[in-house]
Each structure stands twice: as structure tokens, then as C-alpha cells.
Design a protein around this ligand. Structure first.
Ligand SMILES: [Zn+2]
Length: 477
């Protein structure tokens, strides 16, 4: 069988056979992800999986060991038992033991949903291999894609026709104007670093409250991911907040129509959520509390929450119009998209807890047992928190960049999701255009920036302490 069997046509075109008869597939995401989803050759997928999860092995083993040891040393000099204790002190969660409790609580909630997801993948596999008794970790994406197609009749390629870049951008700006009582005014004479950058001043009740820069399309040597960056933090009466969105979506000036994948639209909303937080929270007395300068385990919550608008049929119908027929995106298609998106969340949550546990344990367990290697910790955490056993021959820790940048706080992703699901509980009947609640949300959560503890911001909005209930309900259904 050709190793490219099952791959989409555009992927095959971009990966031509060289003069020796080989095709080069790298471990970069644009190669790795589609290959693990679509390639029909099981052995080829396994080989790529092993390569991907051995990146930077063995070279980074020693780097990791030294980095963790040095951080422990620094934390001890400051009087902490471990780096994890030091780094949690100014977070919403406060202590490393609370992080351990959080991981265990989430894991307990995720076991049944994850088993349900695993069984669905095994059932899908048995349609092709009736005697199959297990699904290995490297096969997850492949069977998941097939199960989604069969169960939800969702074709991710077909939905692209509803997401033309200009319409999405205009729709997002119009939506946020309505939701938050603001308006945007294009600035043509701003100094920009590239002619494709769009600049808008943001107004509320005729008053300029900040400026946004949208650098949205790929070009040579540009940052390849999607992120919001601060150009200037706002200080009340002194300077206005300015923020930049850097993304890499289809460019209407070079491709017509410039279509987006649904997950790119989600990314657009997510990053725009950070940008709004930066602007709306940018009128603080002190620069240290301006905009997104909240506790780091809270900062993703408003953006995760903002994704909810993007999954709402009524909101999407405003701008998701078919590029040829101009028809609004059908509610049924949005429902299929949402169901497909939610499929596999039990497995996703357990995998996230493997990462959160390793991130924590590198910086606390190693404080008491410096002899145990990061790899061994990873195997132990995979065994305890993972739905799949550790795959021999993989060394994920060597390319797990968060062990550097996030150190012990990988849990923050799931923590933010728990808070985001709780925020959603304030919107009756999932009415995302409810004006009373959206304005209250902006006032209580976004506008104070980091001037209050995040737990108090959430309490101001919800009228109670935050809870896990909404997240647990979401995970169980
Ligand atoms: Zn984010």
C-alpha cells in the first residue's frame, strides 16, 4: 500500500515523490496532524508517531534535568519547599497541593466519559477489524475521524464554504460592537510594520478607549502561530491600551475565496477574546493590573468563554454565509459541527491531566526524589492518568515545551475551561445575545483587568463562588 493512501489530494500535491521515489513527511504539525488522521497505512502512522514523540530525544534529557534542578535551587533559596510551591503562590489556585487535588478531581470525573470515547473508537475499529481488542494511542486520531464522520455526518471540508475570511472578520467586529456597546473605526494612517495590517480605533460612547492591530495573514518569516500581543498597556488618564492580533489565516488578497477551517474560526474568536480583554480592561490606575494582567491560571478563561459565541447557531448565522449560494449556515450543520467537536472530550480531558500531572510532578516530586528521571515520571503519570498505556520508544517530555515556559502550571488550561463553563451557566437557555448578561460580564470580568483577584471577579459576575458543576455536567453528557 502506498504510504500516502487516504491522504487528501492537496496534501499529496504538496508532497511530491522525489527522484529516489520517496515522499518526505516531517514532524511539523501541517504534516503530522493530517497524516495521523487520514493515512491508511497503520505501520507508517505508527512510525511517524514514534518520531513525533521522540523529538529532541535524547538531547533535551540533560537540559530538562538541569533546568528543573536549577529552579528547585532558586525556589529553596527563596524559602519554598519546591518550585511548584513558589510558582503557585500568585495563582488563583494558590498551592501545589490544590493543583494535585484539582488533577485528581478532574481525572475522577473524566474516567467514565473517556472509557465511553475509547469504546466508541474500538467499535469503529471493529467495523474494519472484527477481532480487534484494543486501540493504541497512535491510532486515536484515525479512528476518531472515522467515528465522527459516521456518527455525526460532519464533513469538515464542506463547512469551509461558510467561512470566508472577510465575512468572518466583519461579522466578529459587528458582533462585539453589539455585545459590548463599542464601535470600531478604521485608521488608515497608522504606522504599521506591514501593509496588510488593519488598524481600528475602539470607541465607547464616542470616547476612544484603545486601538487594535490585525495582522492576520501569512507571509515569509512571520510568526507561524496565532496569538494576541500587547503593544501598549492602558493606564487610566495616561495612555490607551493597544493590542495586536497575529494569525495566519487565508489571505483574500491572494486567494479567492479565502476560506477558513472551522477550527481557525474558533482560534480567531479565542485570540480576539484576549484582545477585547486587553482593550476593555485597559483603564486601570496601575499598569500592572491592565487588561489581561490577571492571575495566569485565569487569563485563558475569558477567551475560552468567548469561543461559546462561535459555536452558537444564532451568532454564526449573522456572518457564516455560503460563498456561492449566500445561504446562512443551517442550524443542523452547526449542531453536527458542535457534536463532532465535543466527541472525544473524555479522552481529551484525561490526556490533558497526564500533561498537567507531569508538569506539576517535575517541579514537586523531583524536589523530594531528585533521582527519578523526567521520563520515568512521565511513564508513571501516563499509567495513572492516561486512558492509553505508555507507548514504548516515546519520549514526549523531551519536546514538551511547556515544561520550560509553563513549568508546573500546565493545569491552567483545564482550570480556565472549568471557569469558562461556569460563566456560561449565567446565560439562560444558552442565549448568547442576552444583553443584560453580556454587559454584566464585561463589567464584572473584563473591565476590571487584574485589579481584583480573579475569584472575586467570577463571584461578582456569578453572584456566588465558582464551582465545578457546569464543567462536570458538560463532561458527562
Ligand atoms: Zn489563549
Amino acid at each position: 500500500m502506498s504510504d500516502l493512501a487516504g491522504m487528501p489530494g492537496d496534501f499529496c500535491e504538496a508532497h511530491a515523490v522525489d527522484e529516489d521515489g520517496f515522499v518526505t513527511i516531517t514532524t511539523d504539525y501541517p504534516d503530522y496532524r493530517p497524516f495521523m488522521i487520514y493515512a491508511e497505512n497503520t505501520e507508517a502512522r505508527k512510525e511517524l508517531f514514534l518520531c513525533f514523540h521522540s523529538r529532541a530525544y535524547p538531547k533535551n534529557e540533560d537540559v530538562l534535568k538541569k533546568m528543573i534542578a536549577r529552579r528547585q535551587e532558586l525556589a529553596r533559596l527563596l524559602g519554598y519547599d519546591s518550585w511548584a510551591d513558589y510558582v503557585m503562590e500568585d495563582k488563583m489556585i494558590k498551592t501545589s497541593s490544590a493543583v494535585q487535588n484539582f488533577i485528581d478531581a478532574i481525572d475522577a470525573q473524566a474516567r467514565i466519559p473517556a472509557q465511553r470515547d475509547y469504546d466508541a473508537l474500538l467499535a469503529e475499529k471493529r467495523l474494519m477489524y472484527p477481532d480487534a481488542t484494543e486501540v493504541e494511542e497512535f491510532e486515536k486520531s484515525f479512528w476518531e475521524e472515522r467515528a465522527k464522520r459516521r456518527n455525526f455526518n460532519f464533513d469538515s471540508l464542506a463547512v469551509r464554504a461558510y467561512f470566508e475570511y472577510n465575512k468572518v472578520q466583519d461579522g466578529l467586529l459587528a458582533l462585539t460592537e453589539e455585545l459590548f456597546g463599542i464601535s470600531y473605526q478604521r485608521v488608515d494612517d497608522a504606522v504599521v510594520w506591514h501593509s496588510s495590517v488593519d488598524v481600528f480605533d475602539v470607541f465607547r460612547a464616542e470616547k476612544n478607549i484603545g486601538r487594535i492591530y490585525l495582522d492576520m495573514h501569512p507571509r515569509v518569516y512571520k510568526y507561524k502561530h496565532a496569538a494576541q500581543f500587547t503593544l501598549q498597556s492602558g493606564v487610566a488618564g495616561i495612555q490607551l491600551p493597544e493590542g495586536v492580533l497575529v494569525c495566519n489565516f487565508s489571505d483574500p488578497s491572494t486567494s479567492s475565496p479565502a476560506l477558513m477551517d472551522h477550527d481557525q474560526v474558533t482560534t480567531f474568536f479565542h485570540e480576539f477574546g484576549h484582545l477585547l480583554h486587553h482593550i476593555l480592561g485597559g483603564a486601570q490606575e496601575f499598569i500592572y493590573f491592565s487588561g489581561v494582567a490577571t492571575e495566569r491560571d485565569f487569563v485563558e478563561a475569558p477567551s475560552k468563554f468567548f469561543e461559546e459565541w462561535e459555536m452558537d447557531a444564532a451568532t454564526l448565522k449573522r456572518f457564516a454565509h455560503h460563498t456561492e449560494t449566500h445561504e446562512q449556515i443551517p442550524t443542523g450543520l452547526v449542531e453536527c459541527m458542535r457534536a463532532a467537536d465535543e466527541f472525544g472530550k473524555g479522552l481529551f480531558v484525561r490526556r490533558q491531566m497526564v500533561f498537567a500531572a507531569l508538569s506539576l510532578h517535575c517541579y514537586n516530586r523531583r524536589a523530594t526524589d531528585p533521582e527519578i528521571s523526567v521520563h520515568d515520571l512521565g511513564v508513571l503519570d501516563q499509567t495513572q492518568y492516561g486512558q492509553f498505556p505508555h507507548t514504548e520508544g516515546t519520549y514526549h517530555e523531551c519536546s514538551f515545551g511547556h515544561l520550560d515556559g509553563y513549568s508546573a502550571i500546565y493545569y491552567t488550561y483545564m482550570w480556565s475551561l472549568v471557569i469558562a463553563k461556569d460563566l456560561l451557566s449565567k446565560f439562560p437557555d444558552h442565549d448568547m445575545m442576552n444583553e443584560v448578561e453580556t454587559r454584566a460580564y464585561a463589567r464584572s470580568i473584563l473591565e476590571p483587568g487584574g485589579s481584583k483577584d480573579a475569584a472575586d471577579l467570577v463571584k461578582d459576575f456569578l453572584g456566588r463562588e465558582y464551582s465545578f458543576d457546569a464543567f462536570n455536567t458538560w463532561l458527562a453528557t
